[in-house]
Design a protein around this ligand. Structure first.
Ligand SMILES: [Cu+2]
Length: 386
């Protein structure tokens, strides 16, 4: 018995040591991620000079690896505090889609109070029963076995409560699963352990990796470290998905290895990404901003290190980002092979950098709030589409 216990303990230690050896180092090296080269090539890295003749990411613009990031430029907008990221508050994140607002209202102002009221009522009834009908106060027990009025009440009240929950709940489900016509489509693919995005109508596709901390021993010299301008630790990525605000975006979600989950808390999106299957979800992002999410399905050793960052911006800045990614607007001719795109990120000349300086993020944000379409716009469009 003792010998078996020692053997099992040794096996346990061996497994733990093997896992420790694999997880931080081997499993986190980009060698396990076949498309890291393309990610690095399209990511604006700092102080990296690839050796002469090194093939850059074919099919993507040849982005200068030595270029510095213009903080606030498209694809690098500054996150807004308390929006689109966890900030220590209890409860749900601020919702920036009509579906999210509907769901959050349902949760905050209907489900949660109802749960609280039911709990309190049941607790009070229990306390009354314990005190009033205790043995000491009732030496001769009651022989009642029926009370028609009470039986009708305790049947009807739960039925009414369930109907009261079901009506707004089914209405929410209907709204989630009857999206308005999409303005653009994004294919999202989960990989171990990064995301890739494809905008087929715009000729844009790229990979998105988490930015590691400066002092992270697993970070390679070619990998740009995270800064506060990128976002919170473990949530910032090298390549954000940039989308236009005020448009209906359809996400086609899949995976190429194991099950992942595409989750954006501030959009009310959590969609499993299954290999071999396409799932659809959608968002109407009401205002520009930087929104953070994570893979929400346990998908392996680095499950916690595949964040999602969506930057919603104005249509003009979205078009600029598409051009920087080597894409084209729908209907426009794709760029000629080998042509270089001028962009604030890929062209680090001082004049271009100065010209690319964006308006202050706060001003863009304030302007977007003033002109943000309301929930009704989407609802009307959905109604018209039916
Ligand atoms: Cu995952």
């Amino acid at each position: 018995m003792t010998g078996t216990g020692v053997t099992m303990r040794l096996i346990g230690w061996a497994i733990a040591l093997a896992a420790a050896g694999l997880t931080p180092a081997a499993a986190q090296t980009p060698a396990s991620a076949p498309n890291q080269t393309s990610s690095q090539a399209s990511a604006p890295s700092v102080n990296v000079t690839p050796p002469a003749g090194t093939p850059q990411n074919p099919g993507q613009p040849d982005v200068a690896q030595t270029s510095a990031i213009v903080v606030g430029s498209v694809g690098h907008a500054l996150p807004t505090p308390h929006i689109g990221q966890p900030d220590g508050r209890e409860g749900l994140q601020t919702q920036v889609t009509p579906i999210g607002q509907e769901a959050a209202s349902f949760h905050n102002y209907w489900l949660l109070p109802l749960c609280a009221i039911i709990s309190i009522v049941v607790l009070v009834l229990l306390i009354i029963a314990l005190i009033r009908f205790r043995r000491g106060a009732n030496p001769v027990p009651s022989r009642n076995s029926h009370n028609t009025a009470i039986e009708v009440i305790w049947t009807l009240v739960p039925v009414l409560i369930l109907v009261g929950i079901a009506i707004p709940s089914i209405r929410l489900l209907r709204d989630v699963y009857s999206p308005p016509p999409a303005d653009l489509t994004v294919k999202v693919t989960g990989h171990q352990w990064y995301w890739s995005y494809e905008l087929p109508d715009y000729g844009v596709s790229f990979d998105s990796y988490m930015l590691k901390e400066k002092n992270d021993p697993t970070r390679q010299a070619s990998q740009r470290p995270r800064t506060n301008a990128d976002g919170p630790p473990l949530l910032a990525v090298d390549n954000r998905l940039v989308l236009p605000a005020g448009k209906v975006v359809k996400f086609i979600v899949t995976a190429d290895d194991v099950i992942h989950s595409f989750a954006m808390p501030s959009f009310w999106i959590k969609q499993d990404a299954n290999p071999g299957q396409l799932h659809e979800t959608w968002a109407y992002i009401e205002r520009p901003g930087v929104y953070f999410g994570q893979c929400s399905e346990l998908c392996g050793a680095r499950h916690g290190f595949m964040p999602i960052v969506i930057e919603a911006t104005t249509p003009a800045r979205f078009a600029q980002w598409v051009a920087e990614k080597g894409g084209h607007m729908p209907g426009a001719a794709p760029p000629a092979p080998g042509s270089t795109t001028i962009s604030p990120v890929s062209n680090p000349s001082p004049a271009a950098t100065a010209a690319a300086q964006p308006p202050p993020a706060a001003a863009v944000y304030a302007a977007s709030l003033a002109s943000a379409p309301t929930n009704k716009n989407v609802a009307n469009r959905a109604t018209q589409a039916q």
